[in-house]
Design a protein around this ligand. Structure first.
Ligand code: B12
Ligand code: SF4
Length: 360
């Protein structure tokens, strides 16, 4: 049965497929401590369904097995040239080093049609295959990202990879660039062997983080993470963290980019056909001119819709404050009169930054 599932998963475009039990995740205690430290910031949903996250039986009664899946999202351009890490010469924000001056930076995972949509159809088919194999009464649920499961923890226990000090799963075959998905099922299958941690003494990710969000190995204070600030946070970005954001307007890859395990990464097959190369380094001034309808058209079917116009333009203002020059001032003046107070406040901040740079 395992071989049949693996074969079907590969056929559907997944890059790896492993099996673990539906027992509670081993880092349940760490997760509770993380919540107690308020490291999740405003992501209230993590707290709301915490008991499900630490008990898969609450997700699916009588669950026996969790099938973990990986989908590689590395693109050829990300992998070209020398290993990323050797290109850095200073502490300039890494993702901005090769970008034109007025370009914003979008994290690699978001430079595609929304992966939730791309993977949903495939997960449905795989879940059906598992139900067919199990026969009458077999029940299976599938998740990608949004489900109440500690995905990385389960994936580590299934042997898909190991949790790195930056808290993401690292695979010996795929490096850092892959999504996770799972199918939880009442079908009993033999579990695979858990992965061993192979970080060793390497701590490049901790040093690379522009906001010191990785407060200790394996511990992320999400409230400082640029990914959280640009995607999840609904309100104002704390002023003290804005300068460190550089030109990043959606997500952040710095801790992933420096990981030496990326030397094993190769181009992903499935996501290639959903690439949106126009999203990698969009022009900041063009983005600042988008009204709500234009925003929805520009980012239709992409993960960037999540921030809505107000969140993205807030981020664009911060980026312009960090990397813009006097050419950005007219557009920022208009944004400072935006009917959305969040955008207006960040535009005023950006103008002050540019003016201070010019004066100095
Ligand atoms: C909330 C969330 C976020 C938050 C918080 C991130 C975080 N580290 O928790 C924010 C918005 C910051 C975020 C950012 C990103 N995310 Co996110 N996120 C999630 C989500 C929805 C839940 C994660 C969660 O449960 N966090 C809870 C806390 C407690 O987890 P933790 O801090 O990592 O701690 C765990 C481990 O470190 C471990 N642990 C703790 N102490 C110790 C000690 C030792 C010794 C060991 C071994 C382990 C260990 O136990 C904890 C509990 O599992 C998952 C999807 C899911 N359902 O799981 C995606 C997910 C983790 N995100 C993902 C991605 C791609 C990202 C970004 C790379 C996106 C980007 N480029 O901007 C960044 C990476 C930032 C980072 N360094 O983590 C992928 C990761 C894929 C992978 N290969 O690991 C996931 C799995 C989504 C998916 N399905 O693909 N994310
Ligand atoms: S994603 Fe960026 S800000 Fe978040 S922990 Fe990694 S390097 Fe730090």
């Amino acid at each position: 049965m395992k071989n049949s599932i693996l074969h079907r998963a590969l056929e559907l475009g997944f890059d790896a497929c492993r099996i673990t039990t539906a027992e509670p995740p081993s880092a349940a205690l760490e997760f509770r401590r993380w919540l107690a430290a308020r490291y999740h910031g405003e992501m209230a949903y993590l707290e709301r369904n915490a008991s499900k996250r630490v008990n898969p039986q609450e997700v699916l009664a009588d669950a026996k097995t969790i099938i973990t899946l990986a989908v590689n999202y590395a693109s050829r351009s990300d992998l070209s040239g020398a290993p990323y890490v050797s290109r850095f010469t200073d502490h300039a924000p890494r993702s901005t080093l090769h970008a034109p001056r007025s370009a914003g930076i979008v994290a690699r995972y978001a430079r595609y049609t929304d992966y939730h949509d791309v993977l949903a159809e495939r997960l449905k088919k795989l879940a059906q295959h598992i139900n067919d194999l199990g026969g009458a009464g077999t029940r299976s649920l599938w998740y990608v990202d949004t489900g109440p499961l500690l995905e990385r923890d389960l994936a580590q226990r299934s042997g898909l990879g190991f949790i790195g000090k930056h808290t993401n799963l690292i695979s010996r075959q795929l490096g850092n660039w892959f999504f996770l998905a799972e199918i939880i099922t009442t079908l009993r299958l033999d579990p695979d062997t858990p992965a061993k941690n192979l970080c060793g003494s390497c701590a490049r990710c901790l040093a690379a983080c522009p906001t010191q969000a990785i407060v200790a190995p394996f511990q992320l204070d999400a409230r400082r993470c640029i990914s959280y600030l640009t995607i999840e946070l609904r309100g104002a970005i704390p002023v003290e963290l804005r300068p460190a954001m550089g030109a990043r307007i959606f997500g952040c890859d710095d801790c992933l980019e420096v990981c030496p395990w990326n030397r094993f990464a190769r181009e992903g097959n499935l996501m290639k056909q959903y690439a949106r190369t126009d999203l990698a380094t969009p022009d900041l001034l063009e983005l600042l001119a988008l009204d709500d309808a234009a925003f929805k058209r520009r980012f239709a079917n992409t993960p960037i819709l999540r921030t809505k116009r107000r969140g993205l333009l807030r981020n664009v203002c911060v980026a312009l404050g960090n990397v813009g020059d006097q050419n950005a001032l007219p557009a920022l003046e208009r944004a400072a009169r935006d009917e959305e107070p969040l955008i207006a406040e960040h535009a005023r901040w950006a103008m002050e930054q540019i003016q201070a740079r010019q004066a100095g």
